[in-house]
Design a protein around this ligand. Structure first.
Ligand code: FES
Length: 122
């Protein structure tokens, strides 16, 4: 009985964990200035929000999360954009390429091979 009481007490005092809807992919955009001296990643990051909304990728099972990071460790030929869990890395991303990434890769499930420079090995 004493052990049950200890378990109960532990459950009641354990800190709650945050809850989050599941998502299908996570896109990270480098907004640093080493890979893109004019920091074009910042404009891509803003554009990504618009494109995800336009393509209905903000809610539901195909939901995509976006994040910005100051560096992805490449530091040239940016802006760099990476899509997980696919592990597909894109370089020299323009607004036009970002639109293709959203439509073809994130929505259509087909990575753009000719624009990818690295793939995560599993
Ligand atoms: S600054 Fe963009 S990858 Fe390092």
């Amino acid at each position: 009985m004493e052990a049950e009481g200890a378990v109960y007490l532990a459950l009641m005092t354990a800190p709650s964990k945050p809850r989050m809807e599941s998502y299908s992919r996570h896109v990270l955009v480098c907004t640093g200035s080493f890979c893109s001296p004019t920091a074009r990643g910042r404009e891509l990051y803003a554009l990504l929000a618009e494109l995800l909304q336009r393509e209905d990728l903000l809610f539901g099972p195909g939901r995509v999360k976006r994040g910005e990071t100051p560096c992805l460790g490449v530091c040239s030929d940016g802006p760099i954009v990476v899509v997980y869990p696919d592990g597909v890395w894109y370089c020299r991303v323009t607004p036009e390429l970002l639109e293709r990434i959203v439509v073809e890769h994130l929505k259509g499930g087909r990575p753009i091979d000719e624009a990818a420079f690295h793939r995560l090995k599993r």
